[in-house]
Design a protein around this ligand. Structure first.
Ligand code: NAD
Length: 273
């Protein structure tokens, strides 16, 4: 199974499709991640705040896939932006995962009301220098937050993981990322399942003999995005990975482009969270 990857600005590569585990309960995480790895996923997206790093680590340990063929992401929570506190939070995540390094460490939200994300970013730079986080990036950063960490440290994040799906396509932010060399990673890539019944998506799915979820995941891949859909249902976990045997044509991409909606955001606004 050869899966597409995206080249990061630090020379490393991330699988374009990964497995997200937000809201996967701590007791179910090992089973869900185990079935994802068995199905063929090689990238797992967790976070300290998800409370399931232990289960993610158990599944990684139990799998026969070598560590260097897996791409593990976790995230620094919002109350840990102080530089030294961030370093300790990273140690705790690594301990819960039972790993010697993570592939990608992200600042989960910028929390501009606290205004310490530059301190947090400096801690992540140190972790990358020490080789304990192979790549570093951010999540939910707006252009002004990105510009500030770049100006103050000279280090451009490898990734910005943001809410992105056909109802909220983030075109302006993606353009900014392209100018800076930042890879865009889509969270809630399926819009949390809220528009899988959309008529236009359904028509496209019938045309390719695919499911609506597969069409939406393919839309992310065909747009050069990294996507991390979540499911705890083994059949859906496998379904969401069965997207490497087709492409959407220009007409279908144009149809999905029209689904973008300024009011389509599901999660919080980064500037206010
Ligand atoms: P998602 O868009 O991946 O949707 C998941 C939901 O869609 C499932 O719970 C299920 O109800 C449904 N679903 C999944 N596959 C399906 C299928 N094949 N057929 C029918 N229904 C299906 O939503 P998400 O979990 O919010 O986002 C994915 C991942 O993104 C998370 O698990 C997490 O890793 C990450 N995330 C990050 C942030 C952040 O702030 N950085 C925020 C939210 C999510």
């Amino acid at each position: 199974l050869t899966q597409p990857t995206i080249k990061l600005n630090d020379g490393r590569a991330i699988p374009q499709l990964g497995f997200g585990v937000w809201q996967v309960p701590k007791d179910g995480a090992a089973a869900a991640v185990g079935s994802a790895i068995a199905a063929g996923y090689r990238s797992i997206d967790t976070a300290a705040i998800y409370g399931n790093e232990v289960g993610v680590g158990e599944a990684i340990k139990a799998s026969s896939v070598p560590r260097d063929q897996l791409f593990v992401t976790t995230k620094l929570w919002n109350d840990r932006h102080d530089h030294d506190v961030a370093l300790k939070a990273f140690d705790s995540s690594l301990g819960r995962l039972g790993l010697g390094y993570v592939d990608l460490y992200l600042i989960h939200w910028p929390v501009p009301s606290v205004g310490a994300y530059v301190q947090a970013w400096k801690a992540l730079i140190k972790l990358r220098q020490d080789g304990r986080a192979k790549s570093i990036g951010v999540s939910n950063f707006n252009p002004d937050h990105l510009q500030r960490i770049i100006d103050e440290t000279g280090v451009v994040p490898a990734v910005n993981q943001v809410e992105l799906h056909p109802r909220f396509q983030q075109r302006g932010l993606r353009q900014f990322h392209a100018e800076k060399g930042i890879a865009t990673e889509s969270w809630s890539p399926l819009g949390q399942g809220q528009f899988l019944e959309d008529a236009a998506i359904g028509a496209i799915a019938r045309k390719y003999g695919k499911t609506p979820a597969q069409v939406i995941i393919r839309w992310h891949l065909d747009n050069g995005l990294i996507a991390i859909p979540k499911s705890v249902t083994p059949s859906r976990i496998a379904e969401n990975l069965a997207v490497f045997d087709f492409h959407l044509d220009a007409d279908d991409l144009a149809k999905i482009a029209t689904l973008d909606d300024a009011k389509g955001r599901i999660g919080p606004k980064p500037e206010a969270f």
